[in-house]
Ligand binder design. Structure first.
Ligand code: PAF
Length: 279
C-alpha cells in the first residue's frame, strides 16, 4: 500500500490507475479505524478496482469545546489494517495540503444541514462539506463510500455533490453494530465500562420506539417515553430524538414509509448518535 502525504505524488499515482482503466473508490475517514470503516473498505473493494482511503482529522468540522485535540490518532495501526484489507493507497495529507496558507473558501449546504446535528454543532456540516469537496477534487474518484451511521452527513454530501456537479457515485453503507446493537463509532473508545454497558439503551430505546411508531402509535408520546428511558439509563442529555423523512430530512409527526428515527444523546463526556429506519 502506498502512503502519500503530498498532492503531487497523489495525482501521479491516481493518473497511473486511470491510465490502466481502473475504477477508483474513495473512502474518506478521520482515522481511528474500526469495523464500521473496514466495512466501507470492503464494499469499496467489491465495487471498484482500486481503493483509496483518506485519513485527515479535519479541524474545521470540530466546534469550540469539541474533542479535536483528544480525537484518537493512530495512523500506524490504521495503515496496518488498511494494508491487510488490500487498500492500494492511503492518502494521509499534511494539513497544508488541505488548507494551504491563506485558505478562505467554505462550502455550506443549507436545508439538510439544518436541525439534528446541525443544530447542536453549528458549522460542523460546513466543515464536512468543505473537506469532502476538497477530497473529491483531489482524488476525482469513480465512487465514494460513506456510512449511514452519519445519515445527515450522507444527505449533506449527496446534496453538495449534486449542487457542485460531482458526477461520481455516492454510496451509503448500512451501519455496523456491536452484537448488543450499539453502533460502532470512534467515540465509543471514550466510554468507561459502565457507560458502555448503559449505552446499549440508545439502540434498544430507538428500536422499540420505531416498532411502536410503525404499529401506528402516537409519535410524540412514543418519543417522549423513549427519552425518559434514556435519561433513566445513564444518558444525562438528549440533543434530539426525532422522526424524519429519510430523503428530505423533514420532521414527521406521523408514520410514513420513508420515516427514519434519529437520535443524539450524551453519556458521560461522550455524545453518541444513531439512526434507524422505521418500518
Ligand atoms: O465521517 C467522517 O469520518 C468525516 O466526517 C469525513 C467524512 C471523513 C470528513 O472529515
Amino acid at each position: 500500500m502506498q502512503i502519500v502525504r503530498q498532492l503531487a505524488p497523489l495525482r501521479d499515482a491516481l493518473a497511473e490507475f486511470r491510465k490502466a482503466g481502473l475504477k477508483i473508490g474513495l473512502v474518506p475517514t478521520m482515522g481511528a479505524l474500526h469495523a464500521g470503516h473496514m466495512r466501507l473498505v470492503e464494499v469499496a473493494k467489491q465495487q471498484c478496482d482500486v481503493v483509496v482511503v483518506s485519513i485527515f482529522v479535519n479541524p474545521t468540522q470540530f466546534g469550540e469545546g469539541e474533542d479535536l485535540d483528544a480525537y484518537p490518532r493512530q495512523e500506524t495501526a490504521d495503515a496496518t489494517l488498511l494494508e491487510a484489507a488490500g487498500v492500494e493507497l492511503l492518502w494521509a495529507p499534511t494539513a497544508d495540503q488541505i488548507y494551504p496558507s491563506g485558505y478562505a473558501t467554505n462550502v455550506s449546504v443549507s436545508g439538510v444541514s439544518d436541525g439534528l446535528c446541525g443544530a447542536a454543532r453549528p458549522g460542523h456540516f460546513d466543515g464536512v462539506a468543505t473537506v469532502v469537496a476538497k477530497l473529491f477534487n483531489q482524488t476525482r474518484p469513480d465512487a465514494a463510500f460513506f456510512g449511514e451511521k452519519d445519515f445527515q452527513q450522507l444527505a449533506v454530501i449527496r446534496r453538495m455533490a449534486r449542487d457542485l456537479d460531482f458526477t461520481h457515485d455516492i454510496v451509503g453503507v448500512p451501519t455496523v453494530r456491536d452484537p448488543d446493537g450499539l453502533a460502532l463509532s470512534s467515540r465509543n473508545a471514550y466510554l468507561t465500562g459502565e457507560q458502555r454497558a448503559n449505552a446499549v439503551a440508545l439502540p434498544d430505546a430507538m428500536r422499540e420506539a420505531a416498532k411502536a411508531i410503525a404499529a401506528g402509535g402516537e409519535v410524540a408520546a412514543i418519543l417522549s417515553d423513549a427519552k425518559r428511558r434514556l435519561l433513566d439509563s445513564g444518558f444525562h442529555k438528549i440533543d434530539y430524538l426525532e422522526l424524519r423523512d429519510a430523503n428530505t430530512l423533514a420532521v414527521l409527526d406521523i408514520f410514513a414509509q420513508s420515516a427514519r428515527l434519529f437520535a443524539a444523546a450524551h453519556i458521560g463526556e461522550t455524545r453518541l448518535i444513531d439512526n434507524i429506519p422505521v418500518s
